[in-house]
Design a protein around this ligand. Structure first.
Ligand SMILES: Nc1nc2c(c(=O)[nH]1)N[C@@H](CNc1ccc(C(=O)N[C@@H](CCC(=O)N[C@@H](CCC(=O)N[C@@H](CCC(=O)O)C(=O)O)C(=O)O)C(=O)O)cc1)CN2
Ligand code: MET
Ligand SMILES: [Zn+2]
Length: 761
């Protein structure tokens, strides 16, 4: 019998119960018992949903109060020294300290999980690192499910992925892969304990199979699974997802384990090769239901590869699953009462995907539910032919784009001169990245407005008052280029998604981004255009309040697409081009409304980079082109900014230069300006605002720290091209810290100006 299998289920709850519980616990409004009870209820309900749907192999330990990588660090006792852990049981409080930092210890770094908008906490390794079994969560949750009558399949991040995604934080020159010899025995111990507890399967996630692997990584993989395969009484499944296996296919299929999972959405071409290569008794879990998108599976098409695998391996060696954990899609469509039936009929969230998996597992064994199949076929046809998807005027406009549309009139040096004349900025101009704190008051006003308890006029007046206050504050502090504060936006992507044609938005379609921070990715279902201006009224109003230049604030095309659920019926590059034209309209309108500077955020530019180097060039070409298309419609005098808030520019620095923004602000404070290396090495030609204030922490940096950072920057970059700004927007922070930190930032800029004046004088 083919098994209906799942890799992971969203942990946040249908109504963001997890967010509410964790934030209440952090604030001290709820005790541990209450937090634990919410966690237990979420797990119970998730297991029950899966069982009811007919999933036969149900995961456990896919739940987390914060992040699964962080949980893994706790499980193997890898808690950095600065957290003063007692060395016994790494509890949830230890995990929260690592995630959020304490008064004494800065938080662990957070970074993107492969090419998703999910962030994990980066494991830290030093000469002192010693692993040991230190967590109980995976065992407790297994017992919990058992008490509920379900023998689950515990899931954890595999040892090779764990080591690969961590980083060495001391200067010992340690080879992190050499830690495998210490780490693998802990994994073996965990597997043995789970076997003793009665677990039949253990899933180890190794998405690094989607990357270019080096020899050290291959060695770790071999060693780890040789050891783990030897554990008696439990079957090991290695799960690969997020891409094709390519040159890793041989290593993957030769692992001596009982089961393998493959991503049969992104890796559909490889299913046959994998199945052909599998020897002996190995079970293959075929992930045909897309865990990264929200479209209904084309069931008829999905049966094809399943039948093929069945014919090769037999149904006893076949499982059907999602391509990856369902963590990356919203929980359920049942709550989406606002969406119309036609559109609803195209979608499947996590719960609905469970039904698809079960249908397919039965279908491949010959039990085809004809009614389900024909409803599904009709949905596919309806969507493909829907008038809502196709907009001839958009298609025509895209086809008519010319080479010139991708270009500013003049080169940067000429533009810079004109902009200097117009903007008249001092040395080391001071600005921010866009958003100011999204206070409870701001969120409440928006919620009241949405609910209809606050009129349009009332809401607009409220937002205007926020802008007035923000402008006054920036003027008082001495900023040189102001922002309006983004108070009207729920999110930098969702806000635009609500205003663009071709995008739809959900009411409860939340997906975890990191910890208790979630996003509601809009859904791009059709050709995209901009029916009317989206930000002009707010930016124009803000500019009317001050003589200082106001920076218009937009989200760029790559980020608009990367952080949305995107249509799967045309290439991503085509969708991005449509979005670029829509945002270009807004850029042009902002200029016409008197905005002398416009920032186009491309926060997801790096994350959109394909996982395999061989695919980079093609991506970087269309991604940079889309930015130039967005920005290409304005005069030389209009200053175009962009912003990217992550590290690792080395790989893409030339592409960033190709974007030809007049100024780019980047995240650099945590890495002590290390990131600038790339800009220096490549001789980045335009202006740069290296972030001097780490906005991811509530900590207020001292003036001197920021002076030091700026001095570092002046040592490697021409001072006349340096801006002073924070790492990113300030929406997640509170006003008290922000005001303090910004005062320090302005003082720091002034100190540098004074030093420069002395030099020049
Ligand atoms: N899309 C996206 N991805 C991103 C980022 C980003 O800014 N956007 N930044 C990076 C880091 N990731 C982040 C992800 C989320 C948040 C964030 O702040 N999320 C908010 C939700 C933002 C939002 O949509 N807010 C809505 C809904 C707010 C809300 O919860 N309202 C209350 C009602 C409030 C009341 O009645 O008083 C409710 O519905 O219960 C709004 O402001 O309108 C959160 O989880 O708290 C920050 C950073 C990378 N990826
Ligand atoms: C995640 S990048 C954020 C950029 C946006 N303009 C902001 O300041 O919030
Ligand atoms: Zn940012």
């Amino acid at each position: 019998m083919t098994i209906a299998h799942n890799l992971g289920f969203p942990r946040i709850g249908e109504r963001r119960e997890l967010k509410k519980a964790t934030e209440a616990y952090w604030k001290g409004d709820a005790d541990y018992a209450s937090l634990a009870a919410t966690g237990a209820e979420l797990r119970r309900s998730n297991w029950e949903k899966q069982k009811k749907a007919g999933i036969e192999l149900i995961p456990s330990n896919d739940f987390s109060f914060y992040d699964q990588m962080l949980d893994q660090s706790c499980l193997v006792g890898n808690v950095p020294e600065r957290f003063a852990w007692n060395g016994n049981n790494a509890t949830i409080d230890v995990a929260f300290d690592m995630a959020r930092g304490t008064r004494e210890a800065i938080a662990c770094e957070m970074t993107k999980w492969f090419d998703t908008n999910y962030h994990y906490l980066v494991p830290e390794f030093t000469r002192q690192t010693a692993f040991k079994l230190a967590g109980r969560k995976i065992f407790d949750e297994f017992e919990e499910a058992k008490a509920q009558g379900i023998i689950t399949k515990p899931v954890m991040v595999g040892p090779a992925t764990y080591l690969s995604l961590g980083k060495v934080t001391d200067d010992s020159g340690l080879d992190k892969f050499a830690l495998a010899d210490q780490l693998i025995p802990v994994y073996v111990e965990i597997a043995e304990k789970l076997a003793a507890a009665g677990a039949k399967w253990l899933q180890l996630d190794e998405p690094i199979f989607a990357l270019d692997l080096n020899d050290a990584q291959r060695e770790v993989i071999k060693k780890a699974y040789d050891a783990l395969a030897g554990v008696k009484g439990i079957k090991i499944m290695v799960a690969h997802y997020f891409g094709e296996l390519r040159d890793n296919i041989e290593l993957f299929t030769s692992l001596p384990v009982a089961g393998l999972h493959i991503d049969a959405v992104r890796g559909v071409k490889e299913v046959e090769t994998v199945a052909t290569r599998l020897g002996g008794e190995t079970v293959l879990s075929v992930g045909v239901v897309d865990g990264r998108n929200i479209w209904k599976t084309n069931l008829e098409r999905a049966i094809g590869p399943l039948n093929m695998v069945r014919s090769k391996l037999g149904s006893d060696r076949l499982m059907v699953g999602p391509s990856c954990s369902l963590l990356h899609v919203p929980v359920t469509l049942r709550s989406e009462t606002k969406l119309d039936d036609e559109f609803l009929n195209w979608l499947a969230f996590a719960e609905e995907k469970l039904d698809e998996i079960v249908f397919l597992a039965q279908a491949v064994d010959g039990n085809v539910d004809q009614a389900v199949l024909s409803t599904n076929q009709r949905a596919m046809v309806d969507r493909a032919n829907s008038a809502r998807i196709h907009d001839e005027s958009v298609k025509k406009r895209v086809a008519a784009v010319t080479e010139d549309d991708y270009k500013r009139h003049s080169a940067y040096t000429e533009r810079a001169q004109k902009q200097r004349g117009k903007l008249n900025l001092p040395a080391f101009p001071i600005t921010t990245i866009g958003s100011f704190p999204q206070t409870a008051e701001v969120r409440k006003a928006r919620a009241d407005h949405k609910r209809g308890d606050l009129s349009d006029a009332g809401y607009n007046a409220f937002v205007e008052q926020q802008i007035v206050d923000a402008v006054k504050m920036q003027e008082k502090m001495g900023f040189d280029m102001l922002v309006h504060g983004e108070f009207e936006r729920n999110d930098m992507v969702e806000y635009f998604g609500e205003l663009l044609a071709g995008y739809a938005f959900t009411k409860f379609g939340w997906v975890q981004s990191y910890g208790s921070r979630y996003v509601k990715p809009p859904i791009i279902f059709g050709d995209v255009s901009r029916p009317e201006p989206m930000t002009v009224r707010w930016s124009k109003y803000a500019q009317s309040l001050t003589d200082k230049p106001m920076k218009g604030m937009l989200t760029g095309p790559v980020t608009m697409v990367e952080w949305a659920f995107v249509r799967d019926d045309q290439p991503r590059s085509e969708t991005v081009k449509q979005v670029a034209l829509a945002i270009r309209d807004e850029v042009v309108d902002l200029e016409a409304a008197g905005l002398a500077a416009i920032q186009i955020d491309e926060a997801a530019f790096r994350e959109g980079l394909p996982l395999r180097q061989a695919d980079w060039k093609a991506y970087l070409e269309w991604a940079t082109a889309s930015f130039r298309l967005t920005a290409g419609g304005v005069a030389d005098e209009t200053q175009v900014h962009t912003h990217m808030c992550y590290s690792e520019f080395n790989d893409i620095i030339e592409a960033i230069a190709d974007m030809d923004a007049d100024c780019i602000s980047i995240e650099t404070s945590r890495s002590q300006m290390e990131l600038l290396d790339a800009f220096v090495k490549f001789n980045y030609p335009n202006e740069i605002g290296p972030g001097v204030y780490d906005i991811h922490s509530p900590r207020v940096p001292a003036t001197q720290e920021m002076v030091d950072l700026l001095r570092k920057a002046t040592q490697v970059l021409p001072p006349e091209r340096i801006w002073v700004n924070p790492d990113c927007g300030l929406k997640t922070r509170g006003w008290a810290e922000v005001e303090q930190a910004l005062i320090h930032m302005v003082d720091a800029a002034r100190e540098l100006r004074a030093a420069k004046a002395i030099c020049v004088g």
